[in-house]
Design a protein around this ligand. Structure first.
Ligand SMILES: Nc1ncnc2c1ncn2[C@@H]1O[C@H](COP(=O)(O)OP(=O)(O)OP(=O)(O)O)[C@@H](O)[C@H]1O
Ligand SMILES: [Mg+2]
Length: 355
């Protein structure tokens, strides 16, 4: 039914991304064709950990969901976010993504065909997972060709955990969504180019291939950016906190060549993974990757974009997930800095505002 109020009252949504280094929360709204960043907040994980008896912070113990929920509540209160509807981004390590084809069929027939096919790809029993999928549209001339499906499976146990976390944080769970789908929505604005989008995480990283605006494949592996600070710390003999500051400020432009060389050595396995995913895509689909996008906080590492561009011989960008939002101009620089860390939270929230 046509609801005139929808045109005047913006619809709002909260997006939450529980990352290894911090929890990010955004509140966004949509009105007509525009989007507004209403509020945002972040709490670093190391501030969660209690100091142990020797005064050092320890992060060997995983945080309880109860604790994370309370942290989310804290961010909501501090940022004065009143919206209750929330979408959580599910880390790629907790989801299983695959793609396959099904014969052309009507919309009604699709779910059964997907459930039937899914059991061939997913190691867990189908009764123990929740499935989410996207159908990649066929080109106009091939409307009745086989349908390409991008499938995400999340163990039911994880879905339950997120439901419980939302409840403790005083939120209403609107949906959960795989991080890879979230970052794709947040960052891919054009469907013209074939893009390789790399989300560099603190614990693991994901290489996504986006073709004509749709996520075609998503591959996670254990490149962790936490090692970059550790190597700077041991090379310079400074503590981890200081090493992290130096790494973030100087990165690959650090005056000491030995430091830069060790950073290159740590980054090279990531480049090898990217090259192999891109050539596998070329082999399978006969499509060259045209552009490389980097996201995740480490995308801001000074000199990284240039190093990747030179090594991969492609244009490399660090897209800004806030670029199409309205926000107070004074936040411009802050948001540009924060953007790579917030892609997942922004992307999943945007999904909740789509018509
Ligand atoms: N300017 C910078 N240069 C390099 N690294 C940076 C910079 N700013 C932040 N980082 C790094 O980004 C990382 C945090 O990124 P992000 O917030 O995307 O991680 P996360 O979402 O918590 O991790 P994960 O996705 O693995 O759960 C930290 O390791 C931090 O050191
Ligand atoms: Mg992350």
């Amino acid at each position: 039914m046509f609801n005139p109020f929808k045109m005047f009252f913006p619809k709002k949504m909260v997006g939450v991304d529980i990352g290894a280094s911090s929890v990010k929360v955004v509140e966004i709204s949509r009105w007509g064709g525009g989007k507004t960043l209403e509020n945002y907040g972040e709490i670093k994980s190391d501030s969660f950990y209690k100091e142990s008896s020797d005064g050092k912070k320890t992060n060997s113990e995983p945080l309880s969901n109860d604790f994370i929920s309370k942290a989310i509540r804290g961010i909501l209160d501090e940022s004065q976010i009143k919206t209750k509807s929330v979408i959580f981004s599910i880390p790629d390590s907790s989801t299983f993504c695959t793609s396959f084809e099904i014969p052309f069929m009507t919309e009604k027939e699709i779910p059964e065909a997907i459930y039937y096919n899914a059991s061939q790809y997913i190691t867990l029993p189908i009764s123990e997972v929740t499935l989410d999928w996207k159908i990649i549209p066929n080109p106009p001339g091939e409307k009745k060709a086989a349908m390409k499906v991008f499938l995400v499976a999340v163990p039911n146990r994880i879905v339950q955990e997120y439901k419980a976390m939302a409840a403790i944080a005083g939120l209403k769970l609107h949906a959960i969504e795989a991080e890879a789908l979230g970052v794709t929505r947040a960052l891919i604005k054009t469907s013209q180019k074939t893009v390789c989008l790399i989300d560099i995480g603190v614990q693991s990283s994901t290489i996504n291939i986006i073709y004509k605006g749709f996520l075609k494949s998503s591959y996670s592996f254990n490149f962790n950016s936490g090692q970059l600070s550790r190597i700077v710390s041991s090379a310079l003999g400074v503590d981890l906190k200081e090493a992290e500051n130096i790494k973030n400020k100087e990165g690959l432009m650090h005056p000491r060549q030995d430091v830069v060389k060790t950073l290159y050595m740590l980054l090279d396995p990531l480049l090898i993974e990217i090259e192999s995913v891109c050539s596998e895509f070329l082999y399978r689909e006969q499509k060259q990757i045209e552009e490389i996008y980097l996201t995740g906080g480490t995308a801001n590492l000074p000199g990284l974009k240039e190093y990747f561009a030179e090594s991969l011989k492609k244009n490399v960008y660090v897209p800004n997930c806030f670029s199409e939002f309205l926000y107070p101009p004074i936040l411009e620089d802050t948001l540009r800095q924060m953007a790579p860390s917030f892609s997942a939270a922004v992307g999943v929230a945007l999904g909740g505002l789509e018509a």
